[in-house]
Design a protein around this ligand. Structure first.
Ligand code: IMP
Length: 193
């Protein structure tokens, strides 16, 4: 069976990718399982650039087919901040409880109609012959008035879905994977593997 490496150390992402690509003819392994221990500097200015940097670095180190993702939150009212800086916004060691509160404070009093936001996910595939493909997917929502929900991670408690009248932190894992930016991007990249 051919090997496919997903360039992440995140266990939740590995579980999701195994769920979505599990029926394909690939052995899906994490960077750690593939024995790859390299420092990758994500200094791109777009989600595409960062996903490609990760996928290409691991492909060059292993010669295998590699997938990598880069994702983040764009808030329209803040000129698409925190964007590619989502993980590093207010410092990597700042808790998401604080990051989320700071974003809510920055949007204090801003009406619902202009609280539009989206999660973006780009998946890059780096093939052993040097070919690179990317796919981008989004999920649209609105910044909540206050945090709600315990599921998910990161900015989920403030990402409100008006249709469902819930934040993404109030969805089950299965519900979120069906509609999430990452789930959609993974299903799109699956089509070209
Ligand atoms: P990375 O793609 O692992 O570099 O992470 C990007 C950052 O974007 C995460 O650390 C979170 O802050 C945020 N993010 C991306 N996807 C989600 C999501 O589904 N829920 C909540 N936060 C997310």
């Amino acid at each position: 069976m051919k090997k496919l490496i997903f360039a992440t150390g995140n266990k939740d992402k590995m579980r999701e990718i195994r769920q979505i690509l599990g029926d394909m003819d690939y052995e899906i392994v994490s960077m750690k399982e593939a024995g790859v221990d390299i420092d990758i500097v994500e200094d791109g200015t777009t989600f595409e650039e960062n996903a490609i940097i990760k996928a290409r670095a691991v492909m060059e180190a292993t010669g295998c087919l590699v997938l990598a993702d880069d994702s983040g939150l764009e808030i329209d009212y803040l000129g698409k901040e925190p964007g590619v800086q989502s993980a590093r916004y207010m410092g990597e060691n700042t808790s998401y409880r604080i990051k989320n509160q700071i974003l809510l404070d920055r949007l204090h009093g801003v009406p619902a109609a202009v609280r539009g936001t989206r999660f973006v996910c780009v998946i890059a595939a780096a093939f052993p012959d040097g070919r690179i493909e990317t796919r981008r997917a989004t999920i649209e929502g609105r910044i909540a008035d206050k945090p709600a929900g315990e599921n998910g991670f990161g900015y989920d408690p403030i990402f409100y879905l008006p249709d469902r009248q819930k934040t993404t932190a109030e969805l089950t894992e299965e519900e979120k994977n069906e509609i999430s930016h990452r789930g959609k991007a993974l299903r799109m990249i699956k089509e070209i593997l």
